[in-house]
Design a protein around this ligand. Sequence first.
Ligand code: SF4
Ligand code: SF4
Length: 343
Amino acid sequence: MKPTDAVLAVTYRCNARCVMCDIWKSNSSQSAALEPRDYARLPTSLKNINISGGEPFLRNDLPEVVEVITKRCPNARLVFSTNGLSPALVKKSLPKVLKVNPEVSIRFSVDGIGKIHQEMRGIEGAFDRVMSSLNIALDLGVKDAGLSYTATNTNLDQLLAIYYLTQQKKVNFTFCGVAHNSEIEGYFTQGNKEINDLELLGQQLNYLVKKHLQTWDPNLLARAYYEYGIYFREVYKKRPLYCGAADVLFYMDPFGNIFSCNIANKLMGNIVDSDFEIIWKSTEADNSRIFAKKCPHQCWMICTVSPYLKKRPIIPLLWILVNKIKLALGKEVIEVSNSRAIV
Ligand code: SF4
Ligand code: SF4
């Protein structure tokens, strides 16, 4: 099976000082990243590419990178994950990016309203900065802009506030997931803790899941299942669905190293040293697939879950059907009184 989804960290440099991530402390952020031309080595089978970092807008040659990726993978949807902390950089680079690919989507990370976002991101005025960047993107005509929220014990009570903000701004909302730890050196921190107030998480997710289940929009229905999965994973410490790492998706760091995902340290090869096809058929890739089936991390993040929702839609579809009926009968989807999720 050829991969359909990839997360590409185009740089480990970052202008944030987030509490849930160590990238900005890492020496690897200083190493030379891939040249734009190297992205022509990506597989043409990709349909969804998440361009992240670090902070992707810190790359001066970002429009060139996007141009190469767009030419190489013309059928791929490109989604930027950005902290939006530098409106000036967004204003400078985004028009050039849109010139080479007018269809790009953008998600700005926002973890709370006002001071709480500043506390999470460690940058003065963080909330106002990211709102300015969002407005710039909307003024430039980005068709699919949105806010992306990551939960920790510090900002858990902000989930619905960010959701309401997206409704007010008429932009998309993404619950990225609970902050995870990554084994990959120089990437996310190792210090993220599990959510300790499951009741608060469950109450907020129950509201969101019900909202999304009440529609017939396939994307929002898939969201409902994904959001339910966040709660399921926190309660039972396991995913409600298999993992597709090294099967339909991979993660590539700024230096061309190909990993099965961005959490487990399963290196499969380097795109500069080897053709992607050889990496994908290697023993390391086979071992990563076997590992993913019994992976101890059992992570649940939008970037690693959504590819498998598309590949194995039966379980999510059944869940949607059952829970639409439950809603019609006036029942709750997530019952929080005893901190247990009900399928
Ligand atoms: S979470 Fe994102 S914005 Fe924050 S330090 Fe890490 S890469 Fe930078
Ligand atoms: S469950 Fe394991 S292999 Fe799968 S994406 Fe998460 S960390 Fe990677």
